[in-house]
Design a protein around this ligand. Structure first.
Ligand code: IPM
Ligand code: MN
Length: 355
């Protein structure tokens, strides 16, 4: 198989973790006879440095011509003042919107070998395996916003159309069929009108999937349940901002934000990126955890229909965890560097140490 992939390393640790994902993809290409062609482009702070824009037109063009996009991370402290007109994060929001990536999939897994790394009790998190379906191109992130002239009043509108809700809810129900047949809608329907629309649409779609169990949780309660009883979740579907919040919370179950991958899927395009940010303090030090990036590449392989290949990458990651071949976020002593972990994974795949 031949695939063209746009590579957006981005800021901070983005390019370092990306390098490891490329090593892994090259190993997969070698082993299974695929050609992955990479087109390196700019986004975020590095793009602002070089072109004055967080998302240059040439980047979008490349993404449109590719079979998929891999993204490292976005954000730089230089732009941390939220009052700045041009910020790296605008590049991320713009690419999601431009490519119509409405469906953000964020799996949360508690790995057996890492249970002790979570601050939560082992017996609470053993066997946790759920996936968050976060709406990614609507809601309060993209509604009208503004500020009064005297600067003393500001607003951000949370807007949803029924069709925007329906398409992601449908994806969530479809996924439930491949899993444990349960979908939880997370909202704030006791307060927000947009959440009440989410419930209506959710119920309408649910009626077409009678074998799928459903329930609703208000976001505040959902945050609590995720800590108290995370095994109750299978597929969670929710709006843009609620999904942003609970996915970071979910990472505490996995033991590190450095473990969570994500896929952002639209009608025509797909982008794969870790849930973590650019960790500027760790940049250039070869110590970031590359596993979230590598697992995002595995989600891309799955999207290409390369299921065996995706499984092989996940098995290599599991082996890394079992052998405690891990970066400092997950290993107190004998921590490995980012590039060591990448090379180890690639070696495992090349030498067929993975079945
Ligand atoms: C995420 C990030 C982004 C978001 C930021 C960087 C704009 O936190 O992907 O979760 O809020 O969506
Ligand atoms: Mn986030």
């Amino acid at each position: 198989m031949e695939k063209k992939i746009t590579i957006l390393g981005g800021d901070g640790i983005g390019p370092e973790v990306m390098q490891q994902a490329i090593k892994v993809l090259d190993a997969i290409g070698d082993r299974y006879g695929h050609d992955f062609h990479y087109d390196y482009r700019l986004i975020g702070g590095v793009a602002i440095e070089q072109t004055m824009e967080p998302l240059p037109e040439s980047t979008i063009e490349s993404c449109r011509k590719s079979d998929a996009v891999l993204l490292g991370a976005i954000g730089h402290p230089k732009y941390s003042d939220p009052k700045m007109k041009v910020r790296p994060e605008q590049g991320l929001l713009a690419i999601r919107k431009e490519l119509g990536l409405y469906c953000n999939v964020r799996p949360v897994t508690a790995y057996e070998g890492l249970l002790d790394m979570s601050p939560l009790k082992n017996d609470r998190i053993t066997g946790v395996d759920f996936v968050i379906y976060r709406e990614l191109t609507g809601g309060i992130y993209f509604g009208e916003s503004g500020r009064s002239e005297d600067g003393k009043y500001a607003f951000d509108k949370c807007e949803y159309h029924d069709h925007e809700i329906e398409r992601i809810v449908r994806q969530a129900f479809q996924e439930a069929g491949n899993r444990r047949n349960k979908v939880t809608l997370v909202d704030k329907a006791n307060v927000l009108e947009s959440s009440r629309l989410w419930r209506e649409v959710f119920d309408r779609v649910a009626a077409q999937y009678p074998s799928v169990e459903t329930d609703y949780l208000y976001i505040d309660n959902a945050c609590m349940q995720m800590i108290l009883n995370p095994r109750r979740f299978d597929v969670v579907v929710t709006s843009n901002i609620f999904g942003d919040i609970i996915s970071d919370e979910g990472s505490v179950i996995a033991g590190s934000l450095g473990l969570l991958p994500s896929a952002s899927i639209g009608e025509d395009y797909a982008l794969f990126e870790p849930v973590h940010g650019s960790w500027p303090e760790g940049a250039g030090q070869d110590k970031a955890n590359p596993l979230a990036m590598v697992l995002s590449a595995a989600m891309m392989l799955q999207y290409f229909g390369l299921v065996e290949e995706a499984v092989a990458v996940r098995q290599a990651v599991s082996k890394c965890i079992d052998q405690s071949y891990l970066t400092s976020d997950l290993s107190e002593d004998n921590a490995k560097s980012c590039s060591e972990v990448g090379s180890y994974l690639s070696r495992l795949l090349m030498t067929h140490a993975i079945a």
